[in-house]
Every structure is written in C-alpha cells, then in structure tokens.
Design a protein around this ligand. Structure first.
Ligand SMILES: O=C(O)CCC(=O)C(=O)O
Ligand SMILES: [Fe+2]
Length: 549
C-alpha cells in the first residue's frame, strides 16, 4: 500500500466523520470547532490498519465486480434479461452520488434558506477539510471509500443528496457505462416512478445521462430499422426525461405537456394518467399554486406607455422598479413602457415588461439585442465554449465541474467586448446599472439537448453580484428559466433579456430567487449573461441599513 492510498483513505475517513458529525449535529443546530477536534481525535484512535486491509479487500472485490460488469456488458442476453440488481453496483451508486453532489461553499446559503436548522452552521471547518480532500482524478476511489464508510457509519443517501458531501471533478462516463446504466436503470428508475422517488430531485443528472444513452441506442435502432426497439427506447427516453424534469422542479411545464401529447400514442395509458395526476398534485400540493408561465415574448396587443415624465436616469430605469417599492402605485398601471431618450437604444425605445412584482421586481427587456450581435456572440461561442464549471472553492484554479450544470460557456475577453459595446450601452440605458465599470465580462452560455443548470443562486461567497441579466439568443424548446420560490418560469425568446435582482437594498441575498435552467428538450439554447456587480455601481444601487428593505 503506497502512502497516497493511505492518505486517501484517511481523508475519506475524516470526511466521512465530518459528514457523519454534521448529519448528527443538526439536531442541536450547531457544530463547534471543539466538536470537530474531538471527532478528529477519534479518527486518530481508529484501528487504521484494519480499515486499510478491509479497504484493499474491497478494492479487489470492486475490480472483480468491474470485470463482471464488463462481461455483463458484452453479454446481450443478460443485458436484456431480468438481472437488474446492478443498482447496488459501486459504479452505479457512484453515479447517483455524483448526480447530485454539491458543496458547502456554494450551497450553504441556499440550504440555509431551506433548512432553518442550518442557520447557525459554521462552515469554516468544512472549508478547511475541503482543502485536504483527494485530488479530482481519485474521485472513484474516493466514492468507493465513501460507500464503505457509508456502511460503516450508516448515514443516509438523503444526507448526501442534501448537499452534505463535497463534489469533485467529474470523470465523464464512458459509453459502456452509459449503456449499462441505460439498460439496468430502466427497471430501477421507471418502476421507482410509481413510488415517487424521482420527485426527490436526487437523480436528475443520472436520468438525463441515461436519456442520452437511450437516444444513442434509439439512433442505432432507427438505422437498423428495428421497430420494436425504436418504440421501446422512445417510450423509455420520454419516461426518463419526464422523471428528470420533475427532479429539477421543471416537470409539469407547458413543454413537458406538449411532449406528452406527442408521445401519448406510444405511452401506456396508465403511465399518461400517472403523469397527469402527478402534475395535478405538484401544482396544487407542492407548489401551492400552478406555475406561472411567462413567455419572454412581447405580446402584440400590449401597449407600451411613455414615461416622458421621468427625468433622471435613475428614476427612468428598470432598476428603479426593481428596488423602489414606494412606487408600486405606478407599477400597477404601467407595466411596460418605451423609453426613448437613450442614444444606444434600438428603435429609439426600450421595451420593459415587469413579470414579477413583490418585495422586488423582475423585468424582461424586449428586443434588446440585434441579429448581428447575436451572430457575433454565437460565432465567438462556437470556437471558445468549454464545459461550464460551478466554482466551489475560493479561487479560479481550483474551480471544479459538478453535475449541477451540464452546459458550455465562455467569458468574453476584454478585447472582445468592444464588439458588443452598443449592446452593453443599451443595457446600461435600460437598467441604469454601470455595465462598463466593475461589472463582469459578458458570458456566453450554450445548452445542448437535455443540458440544464440545476437550482442555484447567482450571488455566491466569491462574487459581489447585485443583479443578473440573461439575454436569450434563440427561441429554445424547453430551457425555461424557472424560479420555483416565486412560481415563475420564463421561456427563452430570441432577443429578450431577463433581469432579476440578487440582493435586497440592505445587501442580503434574496433567498427565494434561486433558479433553474430547465433541460433543453430539442435543439439548443444560447444565452449571454451580464452580471452586475456592486463595485462600480455604488451610486446606482440604492442601499439601505433597514433590515426590512
Ligand atoms: O440559462 C438560464 O436560463 C439561466 C442561467 C443561469 O442561471 C446562470 O448562468 O446563472
Ligand atoms: Fe443563475
């Protein structure tokens, strides 16, 4: 046994203990440094040699199971037979863990809004532990270690799913792994649908990956003219896609329903009824009220009102609406307007529609970008996009990929920004934010079929973002931007931009604006994101020390 394996194992045990400790300490609501130290002391007292020996034995078993799996994969009869016990296989279990792994640093804020017991949680020890964890390419060994230690300490998969475990750079699944998941998970997941396990949101990525695998197999079956398999795979891929949608809160949307209509003829009636029932339940019990779907499309019949009485730059901006609650009276009647006094605005006017009005407001800027700007952004994107990462540690070098997000993105370089200067000026004109000084460089995003970005907040520990502007560069099918906390879903429409605030005037994060980019159903989705930062916006951001503002 080399020293790195020992190290790895020790780290696995420590992390497990941490997770165990955290899991068990929630009851008392607080985890102290002393408690952590005591636990680490306990770890040191463990009979490490015994564990290492067991660990090696487990590794051997793992390797032999892997070769079993390989045999299974090459044995078609077995693949299509009834032997569906593979869910217990470490590889598949690993995928499940990876499917929803999150990190403390990025997610703690979010989970605090969901679980009040986390309010007093002190994350420092966890952040310190993160720094000592195994390297990304050891992820499978680490996961295996976890499986063993899971057994040893008996904490639950739910705890993992709730973000109580860290995540590491994803090793992309091989095609073989995908196929094995595809075949073996049909029973596992689809029969589980009846048990509503899919609603737990734990398996989105896995489900979508399997959907992809089904689609690959489907293509093959189509090319072979194998009707029977085509029907089977079509059904299976819809069922899984639906399950995945539900697990991101994006189920029961218009898109899913139109997809359902499309597939109704091949789906079993029992299954269609189940989906319809689930959606009824989701909209009435889970969400309280049905989801409000807002197309980011300017309605032809809508009248745009002139706000000529608004003289100052600040008062004529969408941003003003987002933060000035005194003016609700006007908002009631005047949701949209043409602002016609800014030199860079298209058509000599900006079309602003308010789609949410509560403690803050969310607006859509219509026709905010012209085709040549879209073409430029896509052109740059096509040559430069790389898999998106979600930053989970405090510096860029250590950013890691998570399965939270399956898209590609590219942040424009300084020298590329002049090409979209008038777009950025336009955004300034419409929002009164300072886009040029202090805000982040514009970011291009691309989602392929099934790609999505699971629930998150844009304001994290490492950024000073005030607001987000998402410009939709094409009409996507699926891919809605969904705010489950306020029952709002915005359908991407080419040329429109969604603007939402991230913090209240007093600087605290708006907790219920966590959001999802729903999976793309067909084709692709392109966006350009402009984050607005507090640096440079000191004077356009109306701050307050009032904790209620
Ligand atoms: O693609 C979307 O609709 C949302 C993107 C997003 O939430 C983000 O980039 O932070
Ligand atoms: Fe976001």
């Amino acid at each position: 046994m080399n020293s790195s394996t020992v190290y790895l194992f020790n780290m696995g045990v420590i992390l497990t203990f941490m997770a165990f400790l955290i899991t068990k300490s929630y009851g008392s609501g607080y985890i102290s440094q002393i408690l952590v130290n005591n636990t680490l002391d306990k770890v040191r007292e463990l009979d490490v040699n015994t564990h290492i020996r067991d660990y090696i034995l487990e590794q051997d078993a793992y390797i032999s199971t892997l070769s079993d799996l390989k045999n299974i994969l090459t044995d078609e009869e077995r693949l299509l037979g009834d032997d569906n016990n593979v869910i217990n296989h470490p590889v598949i279990f690993l995928k499940l863990i990876r499917g929803r792994s999150t990190t403390y640093t990025t997610w703690l804020d979010y989970y605090k809004t969901i679980f009040p017991r986390l309010q007093n949680f002190n994350e420092t020890p966890v952040v310190q532990l993160q720094a000592m964890l195994p390297a990304p390419n050891d992820v499978s060994k680490f996961a295996l270690g976890l499986i063993i230690t899971l057994e040893m300490y008996g904490f639950s998969v739910e705890d993992l799913n709730e973000g109580l475990i860290d995540s590491y750079k994803v090793n992309p699944m091989t095609f073989d792994e995908l196929v094995s998941l595809c075949i073996h998970s049909k029973e596992e997941f689809i029969t589980e649908l009846d048990k509503e396990i899919y609603i737990s949101g734990a398996t989105t990525n896995t489900l979508l990956l399997i959907t992809k695998a089904f689609n690959l197999a489907l293509e093959k079956a189509i090319s072979k003219n194998d009707r029977q398999s085509v029907d089977l795979l079509r059904k299976a891929s819809f069922e899984l896609m639906f399950a995945a949608y539900n697990s991101t809160d994006c189920g029961c949307s218009d898109e899913v329903f139109s997809m359902l209509q499309h597939y109704k003829s091949v789906l079993e009636a029992k299954y269609v009824i189940m989906i319809e029932e689930t959606c009824k339940e989701v909209s009435h019990n889970k969400c309280g009220k049905p989801l409000r779907l807002v197309p980011a499309i300017r309605r032809q019949s809508q009248e745009y009102c002139k706000f000529s009485w608004m003289a100052s730059r600040d008062r004529s901006s969408g941003y003003f609406y987002m933060h000035n609650s005194d003016d609700k009276r006007m908002l009631k009647n005047l949701k949209c307007y043409i602002k016609h006094d800014h030199p860079s605005l298209l058509y000599k006017g900006g079309k602003i529609e308010e789609v949410f009005n509560g403690d803050f407001s969310i607006i859509i800027l219509h026709d905010v970008i012209i085709d040549s700007e879209i073409e430029y952004l896509k052109e740059v994107g096509l040559t430069s996009l790389t898999p998106s990462f979600v930053r989970v540690v405090r510096n860029v070098e250590e950013s890691v990929y998570t399965f939270l997000r399956s898209s590609r993105s590219y942040i424009l370089e300084d020298e590329e920004l002049p090409r979209i200067k008038s777009l950025r000026l336009r955004l300034e004109g419409l929002t009164a934010f300072n886009v040029f000084n202090g805000s982040e460089n514009t970011k291009i995003g691309h989602y392929g079929p099934t790609n999505f970005f699971d629930i998150h907040q844009d304001k994290g520990f490492v950024n000073d973002r005030l607001a987000t502007i998402i410009i939709y560069l094409n009409n996507a099918v699926g891919g809605m931007t969904l705010f489950p906390g306020i029952n709002l879903a915005v359908t991407p429409k080419k040329g429109s931009a969604l603007v939402f605030p991230l913090i209240y005037k007093n600087g605290t994060v708006i907790p219920h604006l966590h959001h999802v980019s729903c999976p793309v159903i067909l084709g692709e989705k392109w966006i350009a994101t402009q984050w607005i930062n507090s640096m440079g916006n000191e004077f356009s951001y109306p701050c307050s020390t009032n904790r209620n503002e």
